[in-house]
Design a protein around this ligand. Structure first.
Ligand code: GDP
Ligand code: MG
Length: 709
């Protein structure tokens, strides 16, 4: 039965019903690039049901046929060891997409083919996208995709996603596959293992009343046409058999729940016999045997169908030469730090160019609002709009150019391939302090925003590594803290702004290293598992990619300013204006009284006045609010800058920045930690961060005073 087409009067008419197609692939194979190229602007982002892993959906039409695309999380295999892998597997088996596109990095085949073979074993209706064809060619790899397609029994398309090459062919292949599904050819293990797999298949068929359904619909292929497939919960029996051998806990559970009581003993006994037969044959655990045999099949396969030309391209040689410096044992790390320092330096030099204009515009608007509403007799509205909203939001938006430029430079470093080298040299350091190499990625993301950083800890397989990493991610200075730093450094450290900023980021990193080291010695004892990292070839970054990425991230910052920060700023204004009759933002206002209550706590740190304490309290909603609150409170006293110069000294300003950097993370981050690790660890993070911030700021201020006098 061909579900996609109807035969009417001998002519085939396509049903216009949309088909669902999933994208799957290892991390960094260009999945996002392919997804974007296929869907253009028709995308929406949400969460997978029940969990907070990002779910991306989009659609495109090809020759009048509508395809809904779902982007599955990046993964190396279909074993359910991480949440991402479970999500992908569940989607394929339960939601039964009409087709699955597996995206493969053609320049890195052996590792990528593991997932492809697992999908083939699962019997999914597959399309293979050989992406990174440009780099495959650079590496001298020759691929015959026609032959490949015949051998695997699936369509194979070549693409260079970031240049949009091959996307139309891919669209065609996808819509063909979605409307005319077929099962890939079956692959056998070497006989020694294959016999056991077939034996388990028979056992399952005999013991469990599964679902028999026709899934093979391929008209050209005589091998599969008309055959029926036996499956349980959408998993084909052959796949179940290999998964049992691989000791997959979910599949063992699945089989257990489906086994009728009277067959259980027989089944378990036979299975145990097969296990011991394999152990006897191979002198290895069955799960190791399956993985090794699968790799052996893949190795032979890659040798056969992908030919390496003798010559290595110029770019490859250049990459080798550059890597000799950038990954150098001793030079690598200092070089990376120099690059980072230059990044911050440039963030200021280039960003500073715009600041004056934006500031001017907001002052003009703010004064205009106050005058306008004043003339109309609505002084309170003038104060709300002029001082509260425009003062608060304006003081944050001023930093948009800095933030955009920071993202721009980081995207360039990432796209060129240099950031991977940074990760590589950092990895050694991470290991030395007891963090897993993969922890680097969540921590790197933490520089953007702690929330995705915390969520990215999922990729760490061991629970211990995961908790340890998510506890230190908030120490990475996220972009929300940047406005605080830029504001204060430009006032108090105008001559060496870049260096002071760099030192703050370093304080965050060094604290993270220190905390991780202590936790590893106390609460999270144990060894760290090793990590093998790939280093892509260097290339010239694509302008479109870099600009698009930086804009997308900056837009998030803008949206936050327009929503949550807007609301907090209004709350600040209200609290600073009430009770009725008090002078706006005076110490008699509700806000003032609240601040006065907490101020003594911060006196030893050098900023014991009420405006600082309320800004820090409101800053727990979102760290930008620290600046927003100060902006709204000092709006009445002329420029924010002038006010701050009266209240702070360079030393107390530095102490204030250190405190803002380290203290309690924002509500969204705490929420993410709670979801990932539970209340206990959230409480722990809350407390230790506050104590750490307090102690360090205290040290900065008190020791600084001794030195400066
Ligand atoms: P994902 O992690 O699988 O989603 O991969 P991305 O789409 O984020 O791509 C990772 C990097 O590879 C990005 O810098 C892309 O610009 C780049 N990229 C994507 N497709 C290709 C390709 O076909 N050739 C080359 N050379 N780079 C690509
Ligand atoms: Mg991606």
């Amino acid at each position: 039965m061909n579900s996609g087409s109807l035969a009417v009067h001998g002519k085939k008419l396509e049903k216009r019903q949309a088909k669902t197609v999933a994208l799957i692939g290892n991390p960094n194979v260009g999945k996002t690039s392919v997804f974007n190229a296929l869907t253009g602007s028709h995308q929406k982002v949400g969460n997978w049901p029940g969990v907070t892993v990002e779910k991306k959906e989009g659609r495109f039409a090809y020759a009048g046929q509508n395809i809904n695309l779902v982007d599955l999380p990046g993964l190396y295999s279909l074993s359910p060891f991480s949440l991402d892998e479970q999500i992908a597997r569940r989607f394929i088996s339960r939601e039964n997409p009409d087709a699955v596109v597996v995206i493969v990095d053609a320049s890195n085949l052996e590792r990528n083919m593991y997932l492809v073979f697992e999908l083939i074993e699962m019997g999914v209706n597959l399309v293979m996208d050989l992406n990174f064809m440009d780099e495959a060619k650079e590496r001298g790899l020759q691929v015959n995709s026609r032959e490949l397609s015949q051998v695997l029994g699936i369509p194979v398309v070549e693409t260079v996603a970031y240049r949009q090459e091959g996307i139309d062919t891919l669209k065609e292949a996808i819509s063909q596959a979605a409307y005319n599904p077929r099962i890939p050819k079956k692959f056998s293990f070497p006989d020694r293992l294959e016999n056991h797999v077939v034996h388990i298949e028979t056992l399952i068929r005999e013991a469990i009343p599964g679902n028999r359904k026709e899934t093979s619909l391929c008209p050209e292929c005589s091998a599969c046409s008309g055959s029926t497939e036996f499956s349980i919960n959408g998993f084909p029996v052959r796949w179940l058999a290999t998964k049992l051998l691989e000791n997959d806990p979910d599949i063992h559970d699945l089989i257990r729940t489906h086994l009728p009581d009277e067959k259980r003993d027989h089944f378990n006994k036979e299975l145990a016999n097969i296990f011991s037969a394999i152990r006897h044959d191979y002198q290895e655990e069955p799960e190791v045997v399956v993985a090794e045999e699968r790799y052996a099949v893949i190795h032979g396969f890659v040798k056969e169908f992908f030919h390496q030309k003798a010559t290595i391209s110029r770019r490859m040689k250049l990459t080798d030469r550059l890597d000799r410096v950038s990954c150098h044992r001793y030079l690598g790390l200092p070089l990376f730090l120099v690059f980072m320092w230059l990044t911050f330096q440039a963030t200021f030099l280039l960003g500073g160019f715009f600041v004056g204009y934006i500031e001017g515009a907001f002052e003009w608007l703010s004064e205009g609002a106050i005058t306008l509403f004043g003339r109309l007799g609505w002084e309170w509205l003038g104060s709300l709009v002029g001082e509260g909203v425009l003062g608060g939001i304006g003081s944050i938006l001023v930093f948009l150019p800095n933030i955009f430029i920071l993202f721009l430079i980081i995207s360039v470093l990432e796209d060129s391939g240099y950031l991977s080298r940074g990760a590589f040299v950092m990895d050694r350091l991470m290991h030395a302090i007891g963090l897993h190499g993969k922890s680097f990625i969540p921590m790197l993301l933490g520089f953007g925003c702690s929330v995705p950083g915390v969520l990215a800890c999922r990729t760490l397989e061991s629970d211990r590594d995961r908790k340890l990493t998510l506890l230190v991610v908030p120490l990475m200075s996220c972009t929300a803290r940047l406005p605080i730093f830029i504001l204060f450094t430009s006032l108090f450290f105008a001559r060496n702004q870049g260096t002071v900023l760099f030192s703050l980021y370093l304080i965050g990193i060094v604290s993270a290293i220190f905390v991780a080291w202590i936790l590893r010695k106390t609460l999270f004892k144990g060894d760290v598992s090793p990590l093998i990292m790939e280093l892509p070839i260097y290339r010239i970054p694509s302008v479109k990619n870099v600009l698009g990425e930086s804009w997308r991230k900056s837009a998030l910052f803008l949206r936050k300013a327009g929503t949550i920060i807007f609301l907090v700023v209004i709350a600040v204004w209200l609290l600073a204006s009430l009770p009725a009759g008090v002078e706006y933002a005076s110490s008699e206002s509700l806000m003032g009284r609240m601040g006065e209550f907490f101020a003594p706590l911060f006196r030893p740190l050098g900023f014991g006045f009420w405006q600082a304490s309320v800004s820090l309290i409101f800053g727990t909603v979102a760290k930008e609010v620290v600046v927003g609150t100060l902006g709204a409170l000092f709006g009445g006293e002329g420029y924010l800058g002038n006010a701050l110069l009266r209240y702070f000294t360079p030393l107390s300003a530095f102490s204030f920045m250190v405190f803002s950097l380290l203290y309690i993370p924002c509500v969204a981050t705490l929420g993410a930690i709670k979801r990932e690790a539970g209340w206990k660890w959230t409480g722990f993070a809350f407390l230790y961060l506050f104590v750490l911030a307090y102690v360090l700021s205290l040290a900065v201020y008190q020791i600084g005073r001794l030195l400066v006098g």
